[in-house]
Design a protein around this ligand. Sequence first.
Ligand code: APR
Length: 169
Amino acid sequence: MKISVIRDDITRQEVDAIVNAANESLLGGGGMDGTIHRAAGPELKEECKTLDGCPTGEARVTKGYKLPTDFVIHTVGPVWKGGGQNEEQLLASCYHESLKKADERKLTSVAFPNISTGVYGFPKRKAAEVALKAVKEYREQNKTHIEKLVFVCFDEENYTIYNELLKED
Ligand code: APR
């Protein structure tokens, strides 16, 4: 599993699955969630309605509809509340659970956004450290089908942080 970083819009990624930073209702929202729903078309929301939501730290899978990706893995990141509410473990769980869902379907390429670092307020550097540690742990502990994992950063700050952390690796 090769890990890379790009600066782009996640809805443009031609991979087997993109990950959506959703909320527990799974019925859409602002930020990237809204962009994904707009790009996928109304059928995505119709399928999401059948899922009955998703608890924080878990993941659910739908088809990608009009997106250039076969699947969308919806995961719900934690709202940052200062760090004492299990936020780091819940964020790590989002990455683990999303990778598990991709592997269950034998997918080989997955694009991740910077979960929780927008509206949910998770400090960006800490979130990036948690994300990289989580995906590397997953790679070490599992026989994965995933060959390509790309972190798609939308803002410059996240892109700079990920580049720094991946260089240190
Ligand atoms: N592609 C990739 N990344 C994006 C895009 C995009 N098109 N749009 C925004 N981002 C980045 C932001 O720069 C941020 O770093 O995604 C990161 C996460 O931001 P949010 O979308 O606000 O997600 P999050 O912080 O997890 O909050 C989730 O926002 O949209 C609602 O329904 C969602 O209630 C949920 C909450």
